[in-house]
Design a protein around this ligand. Structure first.
Ligand code: ADP
Length: 487
């Protein structure tokens, strides 16, 4: 079979409707959304453009399925997740190709996302049977204090385009483990991966109505009625802080449980005692995964003034050597940005850096031709420059300098975001001191990639609320019920 034929067959197997109560059907209004390949701008497939009525139908199904789903045994829910894990791993190449095609990242990175995404299925299959409670005597000895866990209930899940599989499994897997039913709204830019995954979960034995999926081009309008519906009990969102604020405000009407994974502005600190090879590789990983389109991406490289020159030279050499092109082509290391708007933003940020005294060391331009490509870019700019307060979400690495540890920590913390941060140093006591003082939900030490299904992912300040993954991940989908028992 030719590669083209295999690709056509794979696309032909992706469901393109809305999934409601176990059945794929067209959107009620019959409208469709074209899903583009960002490397070419070509439409790959059209999917259903659902509206508020489709969303409400999805919640009807989720609400109707909640009680019987909550009553299933933890082992049964675990087995569904485990079968889904095996199936995602078996179809890893299909998922990787689909991610690269609709989102743009190179195949090797997509394969990494598939492994990471699948691990949430395995991890939460192991967590489901371990949901537990507690038993203790009251301090006065007059009562027994029992706690038990119950699923939160029907949950609306809104996911972004940058990790189309991992952002879905990171929410769906703990909800399945806990016994919550779901309405999933994937990003309209990259819905295909989530649609294929939802289909796979049905085949793995997920009962009808537990997971409902609605794609829409009018996210705000379509999801608003759900946020005001008393049957919905939780909202989990991954995306921009701007949209997160709108959703938090709407979620206040029903006082919903919320998990919010919002923007980041990660500092990456390189101290004078750092192993520069390790630091350059770490910076490359932290900056260039997903072409910088990750909320954990290094946004501000803060380097001790004594090593800044050498670090900048090595990082520029590494960045300028990266192969840019369509993600599905062999050997490509940097794919396109998601759309034309993202390229405009990268250009605007480079201009802003220059206006603030920045110097472009390599890159700095959009790549002419089809697709939304931007050159891997390294800049020297003042560490206090205003443009670095913004989340870059592109392949631009601004390097600023510091002289003292206190200054480095103050610069790092001078952001309204608090998601990921990175520290490069060989001095253990310095590392521990800095880690304790960083106001971030996550710190990578001498490494640029920290995401792991077994670790709690999440931020503080305006980066969000709650944690995904780790032992904490399932708690986001559970309520604690306390029972006071007379002795
Ligand atoms: P990004 O900048 O990463 O695209 P967004 O916050 O715009 O992040 O989008 C993340 C997800 O939120 C997507 O699924 C998008 O469709 C959805 N979304 C955007 N605006 C709204 C809104 N007003 N209400 C609900 N969902 C929204």
């Amino acid at each position: 079979m030719t590669a083209e034929r295999a690709a056509d067959d794979l696309l032909a197997g992706v469901p393109t409707g809305v999934l409601i109560d176990g059945v794929w059907r067209d959107a009620r209004g019959g409208a469709r959304i074209g899903v583009e390949d960002p490397s070419t701008g070509k439409v790959l497939l059209e999917v259903a453009d659902g509206d508020a009525a489709d969303m409400v139908a999805a919640l009807d199904a989720a609400a109707a399925a909640q009680a019987s789903w909550a009553a299933t045994s933890p082992r049964d829910r675990a087995e569904i997740l485990r079968r889904a894990f095996d199936e995602v791993v078996r179809r890893a190449d299909d998922f990787a190709w689909l991610i690269s095609t609709e989102m743009g990242k190179p195949l090797a990175e997509s394969a990494g996302e598939v492994r990471y995404a699948a691990e949430f299925l395995r991890w939460f299959s192991e967590e489901a049977p371990r949901i537990s409670g507690s038993w203790r005597r009251s301090p006065e000895g007059t009562s027994r204090l029992l706690t038990m866990k119950a699923p939160v209930g029907p949950t609306l899940m809104i996911t972004p385009w940058n990790f189309p599989l991992a952002m879905a499994t990171r929410k769906v897997a703990p909800a399945v483990a806990a016994g919550c039913t779901m309405v999933l709204k994937p990003s309209e830019l990259t819905p295909l991966t989530s649609l294929l995954f939802a289909d796979l979960l049905q085949q793995a034995g997920l009962p009808a109505g537990v997971l409902n999926v609605v794609t829409t081009s009018r996210a705000g309008e379509a999801t608003l009625p759900l946020l005001g519906d008393p049957r919905l009990r939780k909202l989990t969102f991954t995306g921009s802080t701007a949209v997160g604020r709108i959703l938090l405000s709407a979620a206040s009407e029903q006082v919903l449980r919320t998990s919010m994974e919002l923007g980041g502005n990660a500092p990456l600190l390189v101290f004078d005692d750092a192993d520069l090879d390790v630091a350059v590789q770490g910076a490359l990983d932290a900056k260039m995964r997903n072409v910088g389109q990750a909320c954990t991406a290094a946004n501000r490289l803060l380097v001790h003034e004594s090593v800044a020159e050498e670090f900048s030279r090595r990082l520029s050499a590494a960045m300028s050597g990266l192969v840019v092109g369509p993600g599905v082509e062999p050997g490509v290391q940097v794919g396109p940005l998601i759309d034309a708007r993202a390229v405009d933003k990268a250009e605007r940020l480079v201009d802003a850096a220059r206006a603030e005294g920045g110097e472009v060391l390599t890159g700095g331009h959009a790549v002419p031709g089809d697709g939304h490509f931007f050159e891997p870019t390294v800049l020297r700019a003042p560490a206090t420059a205003a443009f670095v307060q913004e989340e870059i979400f592109g392949p631009i690495a601004p390097i600023g300098t510091f002289a003292e540890t206190d200054e480095a920590v103050a610069l790092a913390n001078s952001s309204s975001y608090g998601l990921a941060s990175y520290v490069f140093s060989r001095d253990l006591s310095r590392v521990l001191d800095v880690v304790e003082r960083l106001e971030f939900g996550m710190v990578g030490v001498n490494q640029g990639v920290i995401s792991n299904a077994a670790a709690p992912f999440g931020g503080i300040k305006q980066s969000g609320l709650g944690r995904e993954g780790g032992a904490e991940g399932i708690e986001e989908y559970l309520e604690t019920k306390y029972v006071g028992l007379a002795p």
